[in-house]
Design a protein around this ligand. Structure first.
Ligand SMILES: CC(C)(COP(=O)(O)OP(=O)(O)OC[C@H]1O[C@@H](n2cnc3c(N)ncnc32)[C@H](O)[C@@H]1OP(=O)(O)O)[C@@H](O)C(=O)NCCC(=O)NCCS
Length: 329
């Protein structure tokens, strides 16, 4: 058994690495999620100012047993290394993941990182899984949990229509993949506010400060990756962006769609703006479906109102995403 570095410029090696993770997800999740082969490979090869990703694999001759995906934050959270490990079910409980974790820890330390973070999937009923057992066995501390809900699309229009609501004093605007130039400053500011406000449990995370340039770069990269985004925003009478929601996916994996952020600025809360932006955005997403798909969303349990709205729309709970942290001493 040896550990190899996975080169994103080598499509054959990258695909073997990618397949371990994707096969594990497909086998273990009723509703698997995750980006496609090419869009993730681009994350290894692209020069990104805010984040760097690389991968390790444990191989034995021509057999690939397990993989680790590493995300290195470069602007904020530079003390953190985020890791995801997956091991082919045929080679479990043989120390493969432990071997990978040891290597990841060594690399994190060598780079001056003091915190390892990671998310694992846990069963809806028990809140446990091989991932939670492994993380706990290695001293990781559970920091935060999100409920994963799904719904089959297309939804019945009548259900969507019944939840539609207009909030007086706000105008709705919609756009696709790239924010119109006149909204970049407002939208970057809303992204920063969202990063500050989203429930983090007791995780140690620094807020992300978004500038128009950073937003433009991120959106351009997403388009390059084949991703598409539907955005609906609510604008108040002073022309300020009060709320937004984003949904999307990737053309390479069209059956997996995602609810990304929904954010209402604190001073605009309590007026139903969350639903007011969500419903038209859902309609926009649905209007372009050319096949059945599953829309995925994750919410912290403290975000009960959002979970309740999703239930009213017909979303059902499938599993949990549990965030773990390990302080490196
Ligand atoms: C979690 C996972 C990576 C573990 O891989 P692995 O190679 O089997 O892990 P190891 O053999 O190194 O296990 C080390 C220790 O973790 C604990 N552990 C691992 N899997 C466990 C399980 N299913 N049940 C209970 N304990 C478990 C045990 O203490 C184990 O030591 P032991 O075998 O001597 O009892 C693998 O089960 C997996 O791919 N799961 C799905 C993906 C996932 O959840 N990844 C999360 C990590 S970010």
């Amino acid at each position: 058994m040896q550990i190899v570095e996975v080169d994103g410029h080598d499509p054959v090696a990258y695909e073997r690495f990618f397949r371990i993770r994707d096969d594990v997800r497909r086998a273990e999740q009723e509703f698997p999620v995750g980006l496609g082969l090419e869009e993730t490979r681009m994350l290894f090869t692209a020069d990104r100012p805010d984040e760097r990703s690389n991968g390790l694999a444990v191989v034995n001759g021509d057999t690939w047993l397990g993989m680790a995906w590493l995300d290195w934050w470069l602007l904020e959270n530079t003390h953190v290394l985020d890791v995801e490990i997956a091991v082919d079910p045929r080679f479990r409980r043989q120390g493969v993941a432990t071997r990978l974790l040891d290597e990841v820890e060594a690399r994190a330390r060598a780079d001056g990182r003091t915190l390892l973070t990671g998310s694992v999937i846990a069963e809806a009923e028990t809140g446990t899984s091989s991932g939670t057992a492994f993380a706990t066995a290695h001293g990781f501390v559970q920091k935060h949990t999100e409920l994963h809900q799904v719904i089959d699309l297309p939804m019945d229009d009548a259900v969507v229509d019944a939840l539609e609501r207009k909030v007086p004093g706000y105008e709705l605007l919609q756009w696709r993949d790239q924010t119109p130039p006149e909204w970049l400053a407002e939208f970057a500011d809303a992204y920063t506010a969202m990063s500050r406000d989203v429930p983090h449990g007791d995780r140690e995370v620094e807020i992300q400060v978004w500038t128009p340039e950073r937003l433009v770069a991120r959106e351009a990269r997403r388009v390059e990756q084949g991703r598409f985004t539907h955005t609906t925003v609510a604008v108040d009478a002073d022309g300020r962006l009060a709320a937004y929601t984003q949904m999307g996916g990737n053309r390479a994996v069209p059956e997996r769609l995602y609810q990304y952020d929904t954010f209402v600025r604190p001073e605009h809360r309590g007026r139903g703006l969350g639903i007011a932006v969500k419903i038209p955005n859902l309609r926009s997403l649905q209007a372009e479906l050319d096949r059945p798909a599953v829309l995925h969303t994750w919410n912290a349990p403290e975000n009960a109102p959002m979970i309740a709205v999703n239930e009213r729309l017909g979303f059902r709970a499938v599993d949990h995403r549990v965030a773990f942290e390990l302080a490196l001493s």
